[in-house]
Design a protein around this ligand. Structure first.
Ligand code: NAD
Length: 493
């Protein structure tokens, strides 16, 4: 997971859509004597220690919504897939029990199923194995979280909408363009509220960046440069050894990993994407690159273990990264972790896995009206997160996933957004810079009010960015530019 705590400040400014957000801003700006047009001021913001702020720097004070939501009733939720993502979203119910209650769980892994059941007091007759079982039981809750592996999103999502569920649906929503369109059609027939887990859209950092663009701080967007640094060990963990190593069993990495990024770029530009081109390949993680004498597993006495950056012993035993994949109820003792490395794919030599995902992938995107974007997904970086530059007709924004600076060409003003999510108690532990739990907040609000506009990652918006991903892969494989046929997305109701 690319957990990347971003900066932000809790103003407790909750329960509203875009109009309420702007109204809140005007009030906040008025009280602080700052410009409502720019949201900037040159003094430290409330709640952020003065010492954390440079004098002489103007700060952007886009307010950050609190994570709680005030609803007319408690929304009941069934979690299907109680692994990493299902558990993340379920955590909202632990933090804000008045708003959300987990009442049913489905997971074929008994340890994870029981863990979720005991954390939420789920009765035995509401604990299911395979997802077909929970669907066969009829509707068990107001809403369902579908956090199954990539190849198991389409079937349960189609069936659950037909049963009247609202959905938190993990990305990628489906494995083909046609399935994405089917999901959209089904949603329009049933009226289900569906929030696709493009969680970056809900992170305070990305929300502030989007607000800066929409508020005209840099004029009109001409182009975007966006990079997704995966981080070398995360690449090895997820896309070489782990769940997403096989692009056919899951989805190509441009969707499996980077549908977030295509989605964010499109959101920033605010126009339809018309055409893409892509290049990329798997260069390093293949048999031909295995160093001489490297055995099948890092635990088999590999002569290169001490120098290999992808050593499983180094990543899991020494650095204790990505430990949540090991179901070890009694804690992560070295012995137990090493045993997992001996018996699961996480101990395999990275050059001897059955992986095919690209380890570098670059795309260019052209939008309606001529704006362009360049996107790079890179495995070989020391850090994760995102890096973004937005070039506008009147200014420029540069951000690193935690803070960004907006430059104004004419005045030379530099304005910085650098709120610290980690300093907000409510946001502690909410992954993706706070986006994970903020998505749940907005989803529950949308369900309570029967108003999809509380969600920015609607199914329709997400189908568009998925179709961009499928087009990128077509281009990469064919070597020619690919049209993005968004006209096949049925018009919004
Ligand atoms: N939004 C994001 O930022 C983000 C981040 C990581 C993963 N994901 C996506 O979320 C989804 C889940 O990923 P994860 O990391 O939680 O994986 P995971 O392996 O931790 O969890 C998936 C769970 O589904 C269960 N499962 C598998 N088959 C099942 C079946 N037939 N019936 C019931 N349960 C079944 C597994 O036992 C497992 O516990 C994937 O599609 C992944 O691509 C999204």
């Amino acid at each position: 997971m690319e957990a990347n705590p971003e900066s932000c400040q809790n103003t407790g400014d909750v329960r509203f859509g875009r109009r309420g957000f702007l109204k809140g801003m005007l009030l906040a700006c008025g009280a602080a004597g700052i410009s409502p047009e720019t949201g900037s001021r040159s003094v430290s913001a409330a709640g952020v220690p003065d010492g954390a702020r440079e004098t002489g720097v103007e700060y952007l004070d886009y307010p950050v919504k609190g994570l709680d939501c005030s609803l007319s009733r408690q929304i009941t939720v069934a979690v299907v897939g109680a692994g990493g993502r299902g558990s993340t979203y379920a955590r909202y119910a632990e933090r804000f029990p008045a708003a959300m209650k987990i009442v049913a769980v489905s997971d074929i892994n008994p340890y994870r199923r029981k863990r979720m059941a005991s954390a939420h007091g789920i009765p035995a007759d509401r604990q299911f194995g395979d997802f077909h079982e929970i669907l066969a039981a009829g509707r068990t809750a107001d809403a369902m979280v579908i956090a199954l592996p990539d190849n198991l999103h389409y079937e349960p999502a189609m069936a659950a909408m037909a049963q009247g569920y609202d959905l938190i649906l993990e990305k990628p929503m489906a494995q083909t363009e046609q399935e994405c369109l089917d999901l959209l059609k089904r949603q329009r027939e049933t009226g289900s509220i569906v929030g696709v887990c493009h969680v970056l859209r809900y992170a305070p950092y990305f929300q502030a960046l989007k607000s800066a663009i929409d508020d005209g701080l840099i004029g009109d967007v001409v182009s975007v440069q966006h990079m997704e640094p995966i981080e070398y060990a995360h690449m090895a963990h997820s896309y070489v050894r782990g769940n997403w190593h096989d692009s056919k069993a899951t989805t190509p990495i441009i969707l499996a990993k980077s549908c977030h990024d295509l989605d964010i770029i499109k959101w920033f530009v605010g126009k339809k994407c018309e055409e893409v081109s892509a290049e990329g390949s798997l260069m390093l993680f293949k048999e031909a690159n295995a160093p001489a004498g490297a055995p099948a597993r890092c635990t088999d006495g590999c002569p290169h273990e001490a120098t290999c950056p992808f050593s499983a012993l180094d990543i899991y035993v020494t650095k204790r990264q990505h430990m949540h994949v090991f179901d070890l109820p009694n804690g992560y003792t070295d012995e137990d972790v090493v045993e997992k490395l001996r018996t699961t794919d996480y101990g395999r030599c990275v050059f001897r896995c059955k992986n095919d995902q690209c380890d570098h992938y670059v795309t260019t995107l052209r939008f309606e009206g001529g704006a362009t974007a360049a996107f790079s997904m890179e495995a070989f970086t020391p850090w994760g997160g995102r890096r973004t530059r937005v070039m506008g007709t009147k200014g420029f924004i540069e951000g690193d996933g935690r803070s960004f600076t907006a430059y104004d060409f004419r005045t030379g003003r530099k304005r910085v957004w650098d709120r610290k999510v980690a300093e907000i108690a409510e946001y502690k532990g909410s992954g993706h810079g706070g986006g994970d739990l903020a998505l749940v907040r907005d989803f529950l609000t949308a369900v309570d009010k029967r108003d999809e506009s509380f969600l920015t990652s609607s199914l329709a918006a997400s189908v568009e960015s998925h179709i961009m991903g499928f087009a990128c892969e077509k281009s990469r494989l064919s070597g020619v530019k690919a049209k993005v046929q968004l006209e096949i997305v049925p018009p919004c109701i």
